[in-house]
Design a protein around this ligand. Sequence first.
Ligand SMILES: Nc1nc2c(ncn2[C@@H]2O[C@H](COP(=O)(O)OP(=O)(O)OP(=O)(O)O)[C@@H](O)[C@H]2O)c(=O)[nH]1
Ligand SMILES: [Mg+2]
Length: 294
Amino acid sequence: MAYKSGFFSLIGCPNVGKSTLINALVGQKISIVTDRAQTTRNRITGVVTRDEYQMIFLDTPGMTVPKNRLGEYMQKTADDCLMDVEAILFLVDARKGVMDRDKQILSRLKKARCPVVVLLNKCDISTKLQLDEARQAVEAAGFDNIHPISAFTGKGLQELEELLQNYLVEGPQYFPPDMVTDQPERLICAEMIREKALELLKDEVPHGIGVSMDKMQLREDKQLMDCYATILCERESHKGIIIGKGGAMLKKIGSEARKDMEWLLGMRVNLQLWVKIKDDWRNRQSVLNELGYE
Ligand SMILES: Nc1nc2c(ncn2[C@@H]2O[C@H](COP(=O)(O)OP(=O)(O)OP(=O)(O)O)[C@@H](O)[C@H]2O)c(=O)[nH]1
Ligand SMILES: [Mg+2]
Protein backbone atom coordinates (compact mmCIF):
# COMPACT_ATOMS: atom_id res chain seq x y z
CA MET A 1 0.00 0.00 0.00
CA ALA A 2 1.19 3.51 -0.78
CA TYR A 3 2.57 5.72 1.97
CA LYS A 4 0.21 8.33 3.35
CA SER A 5 0.71 11.69 4.99
CA GLY A 6 -1.19 14.79 5.97
CA PHE A 7 -1.19 18.12 7.77
CA PHE A 8 -3.46 19.07 10.66
CA SER A 9 -3.81 22.51 12.28
CA LEU A 10 -4.60 22.89 15.96
CA ILE A 11 -6.81 25.93 16.34
CA GLY A 12 -8.63 27.43 19.31
CA CYS A 13 -8.81 30.14 21.94
CA PRO A 14 -5.83 30.74 24.23
CA ASN A 15 -5.29 28.21 27.00
CA VAL A 16 -7.56 25.46 25.66
CA GLY A 17 -4.64 22.98 25.50
CA LYS A 18 -3.35 23.06 21.91
CA SER A 19 0.31 22.88 22.89
CA THR A 20 -0.36 20.20 25.50
CA LEU A 21 -2.06 18.19 22.74
CA ILE A 22 0.75 18.50 20.21
CA ASN A 23 3.27 17.42 22.86
CA ALA A 24 1.11 14.42 23.76
CA LEU A 25 0.66 13.43 20.11
CA VAL A 26 4.37 13.48 19.29
CA GLY A 27 5.31 12.11 22.72
CA GLN A 28 7.83 14.85 23.47
CA LYS A 29 7.76 18.41 24.70
CA ILE A 30 8.27 20.58 21.64
CA SER A 31 5.87 23.41 22.47
CA ILE A 32 5.81 25.21 25.79
CA VAL A 33 2.76 25.01 28.06
CA THR A 34 1.68 27.31 30.87
CA ASP A 35 -1.55 28.06 32.67
CA ARG A 36 -1.52 31.54 31.13
CA ALA A 37 -3.33 32.57 27.97
CA GLN A 38 -1.21 33.48 24.93
CA THR A 39 1.74 31.25 25.64
CA THR A 40 2.43 30.12 22.08
CA ARG A 41 3.65 32.81 19.69
CA ASN A 42 4.88 30.89 16.69
CA ARG A 43 3.72 28.05 14.53
CA ILE A 44 5.22 24.88 15.98
CA THR A 45 5.36 21.78 13.84
CA GLY A 46 5.02 18.36 15.46
CA VAL A 47 5.60 15.17 13.50
CA VAL A 48 4.23 11.68 14.16
CA THR A 49 5.83 9.01 11.97
CA ARG A 50 4.52 5.45 11.70
CA ASP A 51 5.41 2.65 9.28
CA GLU A 52 2.42 3.39 7.06
CA TYR A 53 1.92 7.11 7.50
CA GLN A 54 3.17 10.46 8.75
CA MET A 55 0.99 13.09 10.44
CA ILE A 56 2.19 16.67 10.72
CA PHE A 57 0.52 18.82 13.35
CA LEU A 58 0.73 22.60 13.47
CA ASP A 59 0.39 24.18 16.89
CA THR A 60 -0.74 27.80 16.63
CA PRO A 61 -1.14 30.84 18.88
CA GLY A 62 -4.55 31.04 20.54
CA MET A 63 -6.99 33.18 18.57
CA THR A 64 -7.56 36.61 20.14
CA VAL A 65 -7.74 40.25 19.20
CA PRO A 66 -4.19 41.54 18.63
CA LYS A 67 -2.89 44.39 20.80
CA ASN A 68 0.48 45.02 19.16
CA ARG A 69 2.58 43.97 16.20
CA LEU A 70 3.63 40.74 17.93
CA GLY A 71 -0.07 40.02 18.46
CA GLU A 72 -0.79 40.68 14.79
CA TYR A 73 1.99 38.31 13.85
CA MET A 74 0.52 35.67 16.18
CA GLN A 75 -2.92 36.02 14.59
CA LYS A 76 -1.54 35.87 11.09
CA THR A 77 0.35 32.72 12.06
CA ALA A 78 -2.85 31.11 13.30
CA ASP A 79 -4.79 32.27 10.21
CA ASP A 80 -2.16 30.91 7.84
CA CYS A 81 -2.54 27.49 9.44
CA LEU A 82 -6.18 27.39 8.33
CA MET A 83 -5.08 26.81 4.76
CA ASP A 84 -3.58 23.85 2.96
CA VAL A 85 -4.25 21.24 5.63
CA GLU A 86 -6.08 17.92 5.49
CA ALA A 87 -8.22 18.88 8.47
CA ILE A 88 -8.53 21.51 11.17
CA LEU A 89 -8.62 20.34 14.77
CA PHE A 90 -10.60 22.90 16.70
CA LEU A 91 -10.11 22.67 20.46
CA VAL A 92 -12.55 23.80 23.10
CA ASP A 93 -12.01 23.80 26.86
CA ALA A 94 -14.96 21.59 27.75
CA ARG A 95 -14.99 22.70 31.36
CA LYS A 96 -15.29 26.36 30.43
CA GLY A 97 -17.76 25.55 27.69
CA VAL A 98 -18.26 27.11 24.28
CA MET A 99 -17.68 30.84 24.76
CA ASP A 100 -18.50 33.73 22.43
CA ARG A 101 -14.98 33.73 21.05
CA ASP A 102 -15.25 29.98 20.27
CA LYS A 103 -18.51 30.65 18.44
CA GLN A 104 -16.89 33.40 16.39
CA ILE A 105 -14.08 31.08 15.37
CA LEU A 106 -16.56 28.29 14.58
CA SER A 107 -18.54 30.59 12.33
CA ARG A 108 -15.32 31.41 10.46
CA LEU A 109 -14.50 27.71 10.23
CA LYS A 110 -17.84 27.13 8.49
CA LYS A 111 -16.20 28.68 5.45
CA ALA A 112 -13.09 26.49 5.69
CA ARG A 113 -12.56 24.30 2.67
CA CYS A 114 -11.35 21.33 4.70
CA PRO A 115 -12.99 19.09 7.32
CA VAL A 116 -13.18 20.37 10.90
CA VAL A 117 -12.78 17.98 13.82
CA VAL A 118 -13.93 19.46 17.11
CA LEU A 119 -12.11 18.28 20.23
CA LEU A 120 -13.68 18.82 23.63
CA ASN A 121 -10.46 18.98 25.62
CA LYS A 122 -9.87 18.71 29.36
CA CYS A 123 -12.53 16.00 29.67
CA ASP A 124 -10.56 14.76 32.72
CA ILE A 125 -11.71 17.81 34.69
CA SER A 126 -15.12 18.30 33.05
CA THR A 127 -18.41 16.94 34.27
CA LYS A 128 -20.71 14.95 32.03
CA LEU A 129 -23.08 17.89 32.02
CA GLN A 130 -20.34 20.26 30.87
CA LEU A 131 -19.34 17.86 28.09
CA ASP A 132 -22.96 17.50 26.97
CA GLU A 133 -23.48 21.25 26.96
CA ALA A 134 -20.30 21.87 25.01
CA ARG A 135 -21.29 19.22 22.48
CA GLN A 136 -24.75 20.74 22.04
CA ALA A 137 -23.30 24.21 21.52
CA VAL A 138 -20.90 22.90 18.88
CA GLU A 139 -23.72 21.04 17.15
CA ALA A 140 -25.82 24.20 17.19
CA ALA A 141 -22.96 25.94 15.40
CA GLY A 142 -23.27 23.35 12.64
CA PHE A 143 -20.51 20.83 13.39
CA ASP A 144 -21.02 17.17 14.17
CA ASN A 145 -17.54 15.65 14.20
CA ILE A 146 -17.03 16.02 17.96
CA HIS A 147 -14.72 14.06 20.26
CA PRO A 148 -13.97 14.39 23.96
CA ILE A 149 -10.27 14.08 24.80
CA SER A 150 -7.78 14.86 27.50
CA ALA A 151 -4.47 16.11 26.18
CA PHE A 152 -3.27 15.95 29.77
CA THR A 153 -4.08 12.31 30.60
CA GLY A 154 -4.00 11.04 27.01
CA LYS A 155 -7.62 9.90 27.07
CA GLY A 156 -9.06 9.60 23.56
CA LEU A 157 -5.77 10.29 21.79
CA GLN A 158 -5.37 6.76 20.41
CA GLU A 159 -8.87 7.02 18.94
CA LEU A 160 -8.03 10.47 17.60
CA GLU A 161 -5.01 9.17 15.73
CA GLU A 162 -7.16 6.40 14.25
CA LEU A 163 -9.77 8.93 13.18
CA LEU A 164 -7.20 11.21 11.58
CA GLN A 165 -5.86 8.37 9.44
CA ASN A 166 -9.05 8.76 7.39
CA TYR A 167 -7.94 12.22 6.28
CA LEU A 168 -4.47 11.25 5.13
CA VAL A 169 -3.67 11.30 1.45
CA GLU A 170 -1.15 9.41 -0.58
CA GLY A 171 2.05 11.33 -0.15
CA PRO A 172 5.69 11.43 0.90
CA GLN A 173 7.33 11.26 4.27
CA TYR A 174 7.93 15.00 4.61
CA PHE A 175 10.25 14.61 7.59
CA PRO A 176 12.81 11.94 8.48
CA PRO A 177 11.32 9.34 10.85
CA ASP A 178 13.36 10.43 13.89
CA MET A 179 12.38 14.09 13.58
CA VAL A 180 9.60 15.23 15.91
CA THR A 181 9.71 18.94 15.06
CA ASP A 182 11.25 21.37 12.61
CA GLN A 183 12.00 23.84 15.38
CA PRO A 184 15.74 24.21 15.85
CA GLU A 185 17.07 23.33 19.31
CA ARG A 186 18.10 26.97 19.75
CA LEU A 187 14.51 28.15 19.50
CA ILE A 188 13.11 25.40 21.73
CA CYS A 189 15.71 26.28 24.39
CA ALA A 190 14.79 29.98 24.18
CA GLU A 191 11.13 28.99 24.54
CA MET A 192 11.95 26.92 27.64
CA ILE A 193 13.40 30.04 29.26
CA ARG A 194 10.28 32.01 28.29
CA GLU A 195 8.11 29.26 29.77
CA LYS A 196 9.84 29.52 33.16
CA ALA A 197 9.55 33.30 33.09
CA LEU A 198 5.83 33.00 32.33
CA GLU A 199 5.42 30.56 35.20
CA LEU A 200 7.48 32.40 37.79
CA LEU A 201 6.64 36.05 37.10
CA LYS A 202 3.30 37.58 37.84
CA ASP A 203 0.94 39.89 36.01
CA GLU A 204 1.86 41.91 32.98
CA VAL A 205 5.63 41.39 33.07
CA PRO A 206 5.87 37.97 31.36
CA HIS A 207 3.81 38.88 28.30
CA GLY A 208 6.25 41.68 27.59
CA ILE A 209 9.15 39.27 27.56
CA GLY A 210 11.09 37.93 24.62
CA VAL A 211 14.01 35.53 24.80
CA SER A 212 16.86 35.31 22.35
CA MET A 213 19.36 32.46 22.44
CA ASP A 214 22.51 34.29 21.44
CA LYS A 215 24.96 31.44 21.38
CA MET A 216 25.12 27.71 22.04
CA GLN A 217 28.54 26.19 22.05
CA LEU A 218 29.62 22.64 22.72
CA ARG A 219 32.68 22.36 24.97
CA GLU A 220 35.63 20.55 23.54
CA ASP A 221 35.12 17.45 25.67
CA LYS A 222 31.53 17.38 24.26
CA GLN A 223 30.01 16.79 27.69
CA LEU A 224 28.64 20.27 28.22
CA MET A 225 26.84 22.97 26.25
CA ASP A 226 27.51 26.62 27.07
CA CYS A 227 24.37 28.66 26.37
CA TYR A 228 24.08 32.43 26.36
CA ALA A 229 20.61 33.96 26.29
CA THR A 230 19.05 37.39 26.72
CA ILE A 231 15.66 38.15 28.18
CA LEU A 232 14.20 41.28 26.62
CA CYS A 233 11.72 43.37 28.51
CA GLU A 234 10.09 46.73 27.99
CA ARG A 235 10.73 48.70 31.18
CA GLU A 236 13.30 49.38 33.85
CA SER A 237 10.80 48.30 36.53
CA HIS A 238 10.26 45.01 34.71
CA LYS A 239 13.98 44.44 34.50
CA GLY A 240 14.15 44.77 38.28
CA ILE A 241 11.36 42.25 38.75
CA ILE A 242 12.93 39.75 36.36
CA ILE A 243 16.31 39.97 38.08
CA GLY A 244 14.76 39.90 41.56
CA LYS A 245 16.36 40.60 44.94
CA GLY A 246 20.06 39.89 44.65
CA GLY A 247 19.44 38.19 41.31
CA ALA A 248 17.28 35.50 42.90
CA MET A 249 14.51 35.48 40.28
CA LEU A 250 16.84 35.36 37.31
CA LYS A 251 18.72 32.55 38.97
CA LYS A 252 15.51 30.62 39.50
CA ILE A 253 14.35 31.09 35.90
CA GLY A 254 17.78 29.98 34.73
CA SER A 255 18.05 26.91 36.90
CA GLU A 256 14.56 25.65 35.98
CA ALA A 257 15.11 26.27 32.28
CA ARG A 258 18.49 24.59 32.48
CA LYS A 259 16.90 21.35 33.71
CA ASP A 260 14.56 21.25 30.70
CA MET A 261 17.37 22.14 28.33
CA GLU A 262 19.58 19.39 29.72
CA TRP A 263 16.78 16.93 29.19
CA LEU A 264 16.25 18.09 25.61
CA LEU A 265 19.93 18.18 24.67
CA GLY A 266 20.88 15.08 26.65
CA MET A 267 23.91 16.74 28.22
CA ARG A 268 24.90 19.17 30.94
CA VAL A 269 24.17 22.81 30.26
CA ASN A 270 25.84 25.96 31.51
CA LEU A 271 23.26 28.71 31.04
CA GLN A 272 24.18 32.39 31.22
CA LEU A 273 21.21 34.77 31.26
CA TRP A 274 21.13 38.53 30.73
CA VAL A 275 18.26 40.97 30.94
CA LYS A 276 18.00 43.89 28.53
CA ILE A 277 15.45 46.63 28.08
CA LYS A 278 14.18 47.12 24.55
CA ASP A 279 11.55 49.75 24.56
CA ASP A 280 8.29 48.67 22.94
CA TRP A 281 10.00 45.71 21.29
CA ARG A 282 6.68 44.03 20.60
CA ASN A 283 6.05 46.72 18.00
CA ARG A 284 9.53 46.75 16.51
CA GLN A 285 9.87 44.63 13.41
CA SER A 286 13.65 44.32 13.63
CA VAL A 287 13.50 42.91 17.15
CA LEU A 288 10.61 40.61 16.22
CA ASN A 289 12.72 39.26 13.36
CA GLU A 290 15.69 38.73 15.66
CA LEU A 291 13.55 36.64 17.99
CA GLY A 292 12.32 34.45 15.16
CA TYR A 293 8.86 36.02 14.74
CA GLU A 294 9.36 36.60 11.04
N1 LIG B 1 -6.72 19.07 33.31
C1 LIG B 1 -6.29 19.33 32.07
N2 LIG B 1 -5.52 20.41 31.86
C2 LIG B 1 -5.10 20.64 30.59
C3 LIG B 1 -5.43 19.79 29.51
N3 LIG B 1 -4.87 20.28 28.39
C4 LIG B 1 -4.20 21.41 28.76
N4 LIG B 1 -4.33 21.62 30.10
C5 LIG B 1 -3.78 22.75 30.87
O1 LIG B 1 -4.28 23.95 30.32
C6 LIG B 1 -3.30 24.99 30.38
C7 LIG B 1 -3.05 25.57 28.99
O2 LIG B 1 -2.46 24.62 28.17
P1 LIG B 1 -1.68 25.00 26.83
O3 LIG B 1 -1.36 23.71 26.14
O4 LIG B 1 -0.56 25.93 27.12
O5 LIG B 1 -2.82 25.79 26.04
P2 LIG B 1 -2.75 26.49 24.59
O6 LIG B 1 -4.06 26.26 23.94
O7 LIG B 1 -1.55 26.01 23.86
O8 LIG B 1 -2.60 28.02 24.99
P3 LIG B 1 -1.98 29.27 24.11
O9 LIG B 1 -0.64 28.86 23.62
O10 LIG B 1 -1.92 30.36 25.11
O11 LIG B 1 -2.97 29.54 23.03
C8 LIG B 1 -2.05 24.35 30.99
O12 LIG B 1 -2.04 24.64 32.37
C9 LIG B 1 -2.27 22.86 30.74
O13 LIG B 1 -1.61 22.05 31.70
C10 LIG B 1 -6.26 18.64 29.79
O14 LIG B 1 -6.62 17.83 28.93
N5 LIG B 1 -6.66 18.49 31.08
MG1 LIG C 1 0.07 27.04 23.14
